[in-house]
Design a protein around this ligand. Structure first.
Ligand SMILES: NC(=O)c1ccc[n+]([C@@H]2O[C@H](COP(=O)([O-])OP(=O)(O)OC[C@H]3O[C@@H](n4cnc5c(N)ncnc54)[C@H](O)[C@@H]3O)[C@@H](O)[C@H]2O)c1
Length: 325
C-alpha cells in the first residue's frame, strides 16, 4: 500500500456525496494521503459534522448534482472522481420512482459529462450487491447473470453502471465499479441497525421485525470498504474494473437482533411481519464472491459482529445522525 500514499499526493479528487456515510470516510482517507479533496454534496442525507473540521486541502461545494452547471464548475481542475452521491434507500426509492432515476441515473450522467468537459477521466462508482437480485449463485461472482431486477434502486444502479462502462469505452474513461453489501461502522445513518435502534428507542419492550428474521446477509465495515476501493485503484488498471465488496460469510437477521439487543441490554418481544422478504426488493440471501478483490491482497479486518457493535456505539454517541428521516 505504500505506493498508494504517493499516488494521491497532490491529486485533486472530487467526492460526490462526500458528506455522507461512506463518502466522508473516503474524503478523510484521501486527505490523509495528501490529496486535495472537493466534497460535492447537497446535504440531503449527508451531515456537515461528518466533514468537520475544516482542513486546508478540503473544499466543500454545496450543490445538487441535478444542476449541471454547478457540478461543471466544481469539476474544473479535478483529476479523479469518487461518485458516491445517491438516494441509497431501497424502500424509499420504490415510493418515489422518478426521484430514484434522477438521483441515481441522471446525476451519474451529469457527473460523467462534467468530467468529459473538464478532462477528468478516472471515476469510482458505488454500486450495490442488490444488482444480482435473487440469484441462485451463492456466493455470487461479478460475472453472475442478473436478468431480473427486484428493486428500482438496483435497476438505477445497473443503469448507472452501464453509463460508466459506455463512457469508459466511448471516451477513454477508466472506471472502478464496486458492488457493496450493506456497510456498517462509524457515521452509519441508514439500514437495518438504524431501523432496529430507532424502534427500540421508541419502545424497548417490543421489536417489529420485517420478514421472518431468517434472511441471511453479509455486511462489511466502512473502513474495510474504503481500504478495498483504494487497493483496487492501485492494482486494477483496466478501462472497466468491477469488484464485489463484502465479507466472506453472512449472518441471519435474528443473529443481528441478538447482538443489538444484548449490546443495548434489552429483551424485547420480537414481532415478525412474516414472509421470506422484509420488503419488496429485499434479497433474502446476500453473499458476494469476493475472490477478485482478495486476489489483489485485500481482506476484511473487522468481523460483522464487531461492526454491528461499533455501529451501535456510534449511534449512541452521535444522536444527530438520527436526524435523517
Ligand atoms: N451504505 C450502504 O450500505 C451501501 C451499500 C451499497 C451501495 N451503497 C452506495 O454507496 C453510496 C454511498 O452510500 P451512503 O451509505 O454513504 O449514503 P449516504 O446517504 O450517507 O450518502 C449519500 C450522500 O450523497 C448526497 N447526495 C444525495 N443526492 C445528491 C445530489 N443530487 N447532489 C449532491 N449530493 C447528493 C447526500 O447528501 C449524502 O451526503 C451510494 O451510492 C449508495 O447507493 C451504499
Amino acid at each position: 500500500m505504500s505506493s498508494a500514499n504517493a499516488d494521491w499526493n497532490g491529486k485533486h479528487v472530487l467526492v460526490t456525496g462526500g458528506a455522507g456515510f461512506i463518502g466522508s470516510h473516503v474524503a478523510d482517507v484521501l486527505l490523509a494521503r495528501g490529496a486535495r479533496v472537493t466534497v460535492f454534496d447537497d446535504f440531503s442525507t449527508g451531515f456537515r459534522e461528518f466533514i468537520a473540521p475544516a482542513r486546508e486541502n478540503l473544499r466543500v461545494v454545496e450543490g445538487d448534482l441535478l444542476d449541471q452547471a454547478r457540478i461543471g464548475e466544481a469539476m474544473r481542475g479535478v483529476d479523479f472522481v469518487f461518485h458516491l452521491a445517491a438516494n441509497a434507500d431501497i424502500k424509499d426509492n420504490l415510493a418515489q420512482p422518478r426521484k430514484c432515476i434522477d438521483q441515481n441515473v441522471v446525476v451519474t450522467q451529469n457527473v460523467l459529462e462534467a468530467m468529459r468537459a473538464a478532462g477528468a477521466r478516472e471515476i469510482v462508482f458505488a454500486s450495490t450487491g442488490s444488482v444480482y437480485g435473487e440469484t441462485d449463485l451463492i456466493p455470487t461472482p461479478e460475472n453472475a447473470p442478473f436478468p431480473v431486477q427486484t428493486s428500482l434502486y438496483a435497476t438505477s444502479k445497473v443503469a448507472a453502471e452501464g453509463l460508466l462502462t459506455s463512457y469508459a469505452l466511448g471516451y477513454g474513461f477508466r472506471a472502478w465499479i464496486f458492488r457493496f453489501v450493506s456497510i456498517l461502522g462509524p457515521r452509519y445513518t441508514h439500514g437495518h441497525v438504524m431501523d432496529f435502534w430507532r424502534k427500540l428507542r421508541r419502545d424497548p419492550s417490543r421489536l417489529e421485525v420485517l420478514g421472518n428474521g431468517k434472511q441471511q446477509k453479509s455486511y462489511l465495515n466502512v473502513s474495510d470498504c474504503v481500504a478495498a476501493i483504494l487497493v483496487a485503484i492501485d492494482k486494477a488498471r483496466e478501462p472497466i474494473n468491477i469488484f464485489n465488496l463484502g465479507h466472506g460469510y453472512w449472518i441471519e437477521v435474528d443473529k443481528s437482533i441478538g447482538i443489538i439487543t444484548r449490546t443495548l441490554g434489552l429483551s424485547p418481544r420480537l414481532e415478525y411481519g412474516g414472509g421470506e422478504r422484509g420488503w419488496v426488493g429485499d434479497s433474502p440471501r446476500i453473499l458476494l464472491d469476493t475472490s477478485r478483490i482478495r486476489a489483489l491482497g485485500w481482506a476484511p479486518t473487522k468481523s460483522i459482529e464487531e461492526s454491528v457493535v461499533e455501529t451501535l456505539q456510534f449511534l449512541a454517541t452521535h444522536p444527530f445522525s438520527d436526524r435523517r428521516s
